[in-house]
Ligand binder design. Structure first.
Ligand SMILES: [Zn+2]
Ligand SMILES: [Zn+2]
Length: 215
């Protein structure tokens, strides 16, 4: 069974997700821990559950989602993968961080890239990469088919969508990616966004004011 542990980290209240199954192998999505107690909470959980982290992933590389990249890759000696279009955010991460009042070291370079259609395997699980720019270049969603769960970063929220007024944002791209790539998934797929509560594809089809139409 796929297990999902959610942490809410840093002043931007980012959801950091730990996915793991009976094998103990664990993938960390959007390591956003910033303060020492947040880092400790994550490491404690991994230790207590006896997990074996194997990979860190960013749904996109806005500063609030990558604040803990250096910590988890160093602490667990694991690679980090992002979409290559995210590199602009990684390269300028330290400056972005300072502009928001975060003191961080240079953000570590990723160890590899992920792209549309890639399948990421861990334990007995497979995460499919869905490329969904519009909120930020390099935005991806991760779909675990067997469990029926989607991790979508800041693309889709419960009754909302990601903002598009930041650099590389594009409203039309965002809406078409949501409609053409995410709304094709089964209605009962549970959606885990980068901020706020989870929802389902079906609930967003019915209730999301940005997605009204004939589904
Ligand atoms: Zn974002
Ligand atoms: Zn965010």
């Amino acid at each position: 069974m796929l297990k999902i542990k959610t942490f809410v980290f840093n002043p931007f209240q980012v959801n950091t997700y730990l996915l793991y199954d009976d094998t103990g192998q664990c993938v960390i999505i959007d390591p956003a821990c910033y303060e020492d107690p947040e880092k400790l909470a994550l490491a404690d959980f991994v230790g207590k559950e006896g997990l074996n982290p194997v990979l860190a992933l960013n749904t996109h590389c806005h500063i609030d989602h990558i604040l803990g990249n250096n910590f988890v890759t160093g602490k667990f000696s694991i690679p980090l993968k992002v979409h290559k279009d995210s590199m602009v955010f990684i390269k300028n991460g330290k400056e972005y961080a300072l502009s928001f009042g975060f003191e961080i070291e240079e953000i570590a370079m990723p160890d590899g890239f992920i792209a549309e259609g890639d399948i990421i395997e861990f334990g007995n699980r497979q995460l499919k990469v869905i490329h969904t720019p519009g909120h930020a270049d390099g935005s991806i969603c991760l779909y675990e088919h067997k469990a029926g769960v989607l991790f979508c970063g800041d693309v889709l929220f419960k009754s909302g969508i990601g903002r598009t007024d930041l650099p590389t944002g594009n409203y039309d791209n965002l809406i078409s990616n949501i409609k053409e790539k995410l709304m094709l998934l089964p209605d009962d797929v549970v959606v885990y966004p980068g901020h706020g509560p989870d929802t389902t594809i079906g609930m967003e089809k019915r209730n999301n004011p940005f997605l009204l139409g004939n589904w």
